[in-house]
Design a protein. Structure first.
Length: 167
């Protein structure tokens, strides 16, 4: 949902501020389909958590998605948005269209925001509870950071006491 909101907002900005036409349907296609094969590239660890699957050791999830979209005769621009969604550094190809760039930037921004908030919340939990959180969702992390912003360290302590754990 966050990625959809980010990318549709970016599309509106590009159209309104930069006066550039954006095929929002292609952007939404990329948002919905770019990680569709990600579950196939992970396997569950015996003790919990995930590791790359044997498939992921040979083929990344964007290439799998691209191949499936090509097999189903999706338009080339839709295939490109999906293939380029992780950018040149982390994917098979960099964005070559406005729509692919919007999807890539939205995905990067959402992942960066979520990752940074999770890191901040883990630090806060360690400071207050003296231990690493067992598990922490993005929503919980945002709530912990918000509690710190609103009420300082006491807010973090309050939040953790309400959940009954170190997160």
């Amino acid at each position: 949902m966050a990625l959809y909101e980010l990318c549709t907002s970016l599309s509106r900005i590009v159209q309104k501020i930069y006066k550039c036409r954006v095929d929002v349907d292609l952007v939404i296609c990329g948002v919905l389909l770019h990680d569709i094969f990600k579950p196939a590239t992970y396997a569950q660890r015996k003790g919990g958590g995930y590791r790359p699957s044997s498939l992921a050791e040979r083929v990344d999830h964007l290439t799998l998605a691209s191949a499936e979209l090509m097999r189903r005769d999706f338009p080339l621009n839709a295939v490109h948005v999906v293939t380029a969604s992780h950018g040149q550094q982390y994917g098979p190809i960099g964005p070559m269209t406005i729509e692919a760039l919007i999807c890539h930037l939205g995905d990067y921004a959402e992942a960066k925001l979520n990752g940074d908030v999770l890191s901040a919340a883990r630090f806060m939990v360690r400071e207050v509870a003296g231990e690493e959180p067992q598990s922490l969702t993005g929503r919980e992390a945002f709530a912990i950071v918000r509690a710190k912003t609103d009420k300082g360290w006491d807010g973090v302590k309050e939040r953790l006491s309400r959940t009954g754990s170190a997160a």
